[in-house]
Design a protein around this ligand. Sequence first.
Ligand code: IFM
Length: 452
Amino acid sequence: MIRSLIKQFNANFRWGVATAAYQIEGAVNEDGRGPSIWDTFSHSPGRTFNRDNGDVSCDHYHQFRQDIQLMAQLGIPGYRFSVSWPRIFPTGKGKVNSRGIDFYDRLVDTLLQANIHPLITLYHWDLPESLQEKGGWMNRDTAYYVRDYAQTLGEHLADRARNWITHNEPWVVSVAGHLQRCHAPGLKRLDKVRVVAHHLLLSHGLTVEAFRASGYGQIGITLNLHPVYSASDQEQDLEAQRLHDVFQNRWFLDPVIRGTYPVALDQILPPISDTEVKDGDLAIISQPLDFLGVNYYAPHKVFYDPAQLDKASLLIREDEPVTAMGWPINAHALTDLLVGIHQDYGPIPLLITENGAAYDDVLEAGQVHDTLRQQYLLSHWQAVRDALALGIPVEGYYLWSLLDNFEWALGYSKRFGIIYVDYLTQRRTIKDSGLLYRNLIQEFREYHQKSF
Ligand code: IFM
């Protein structure tokens, strides 16, 4: 099965795993790190499941050598991780905290020694708390602080790390963080949500501009994208499908790739003014990228619901297979998504920067038989293969996640890892899905060695 699967992937295809700083590092008070909005949020009553927080998490800050060793044991060639901004600038700006830089120096060096290529996300949601006190993403200045922080990282790491992602899922930061209140900073600001999104995108563009000028390597952005299907052929459901697609996908795809906001966004969210989108902003935001990062987990099937901003609610049938997150499993939708992006937005290289599934794993006699995750992964690798067979330029696949970790508002209740983490002992156990991924990568390497 695996052997026939890998033939479609060319020799340069990049296999990897992904994580994010606040979800795995712990050590929140060490080596001069400042507080982030996720420290504040997770320590506020009622915000996270079980009052879980990232204080210790997987203790990756101390265990990173062991974690890299595990990646090497599985033969994983690529590692996507994020940098904790408040480790580098404890208050978001000003004086660099050299001990923070040192940690990522050690991390990158250890990865390279293990022949694992780093892919670095600059912002995966842990805004320094001091910047939130100045308005956070509602404040345009934050976009410029991102650029300065990114530039500092580039100066220190780009001699060895050549692949960068500006943002992870700015939709989630905007909507979950500033409208739905379920992510940090936990606000409900319908009047500001488009401004927040615009400043996130502006910081993306400013960073791309700075990295291009300095020659720091390849750079892109990661969006959480969902192919949207209509629950029926009825006019209202089709309208819900159209608006949901704008809200969920095109709100970010259009400015990044085409340099415009979709007109239909005004039907969904309060308009944004000319003083907030300044002349030239969209040109900065839409500079050419080396790749578009795609995070895919599940499709959205929608029906008309006038109570929602985008007139759409998700339809999930009771008998439909779902993961432990309650997300429907549909691998063909990943092929549809990749084909759809390619058709609508042109020949930009695509990198799957996250894909994976949470299940209620059980550790038994030192093993985790996560059969359902293996099925999920196999079917999604087949979906990528199908997209490649159709000529879609997919350049890599990063599995979410290397380790079980802090799943934001859901705390430690959801396990996405291909490595099981016992949070009491910090013991790691490779799950069967980890072994499956090792086999896939091994077959891939053998196939390509033979094919040269
Ligand atoms: O854990 C998250 C990650 O931080 C961003 N993308 C989705 C994952 C699973 O919910």
